[in-house]
Design a protein. Structure first.
Length: 212
């Protein structure tokens, strides 16, 4: 039995440590138990490509977002730049397309104003000119219509806006909500005021039918 055990190939302790170290640095790369990772240092270029492919499969991303992800995975900067250039040449990375998609999605799902969208695009590394082009798909009319719809939806049913204290409280709450969505304070207060002015007053004279 001892001879059988001795006939088995021994795993290199050095290679095992190297593979484990690489797995810690590149969790999106090759599996540490693969034959390649036991005997050879994985190619950072291939690892970087795998990381970028995985990130883009999950969701569209800007070049800066991908560069940050590669940096987190300890990919050398010159390798990251080469890989990102390659993906950009193939149009798999395109900040203009990303910005268009981001604006459409966030304006529809979150009702964000152009100011908030511009800040989000800047955080993701989209330059001002590209962001401005993407924001052109939202007209001022569309932006205000979205704000009005949001205020109407957030206005509490049965609110007695004839009571000045109640109206002031609702105005502050709704204007603050629009401000968090990126609307300018003056614009937010104007839209809220117009919606509240059009809100029907409760009919206090209507008898309560307690016993149907």
């Amino acid at each position: 039995m001892r001879g059988t055990d001795d006939a088995r190939p021994r795993r290199s302790r050095t290679g095992g440590r190297r593979a484990a170290s690489f797995a810690d640095s590149y969790p999106d790369g090759p599996e540490p138990d693969s034959p390649i990772s036991e005997d050879l240092e994985p190619d950072p270029f291939s690892v970087a490509q795998a990381i970028v492919y995985r990130q883009l499969t999950a969701s569209a991303k800007s070049r800066l977002q991908l560069a940050r992800k590669l940096s987190e995975r300890n990919i050398p900067e010159h390798v990251a730049e080469a890989v990102l250039d390659k993906f950009e040449e193939a149009r798999l990375i395109n900040d203009a397309d990303f910005a268009d998609m981001w604006v459409r999605s966030r304006s529809q799902s979150r009702k964000l104003a152009k100011g908030a969208l511009r800040r989000e695009l800047a955080e993701k590394g989209v330059d001002q000119e590209t962001a401005a082009a993407a924001l052109e798909q939202i007209s001022d009319h569309d932006e205000e219509a979205a704000a009005r719809s949001l205020v109407e939806r957030k206005l509490r049913p049965g609110a007695d806006l004839a009571d000045q204290a109640e109206r002031d409280k609702a105005t502050r709450r709704l204007a603050s909500m629009l401000a968090r969505k990126g609307y300018q304070p003056s614009q937010a207060f104007r839209i809220v005021t117009e919606v509240l002015d059009a809100y029907p007053a409760p009919d206090h004279d209507e008898p309560l039918n307690r016993y149907p």
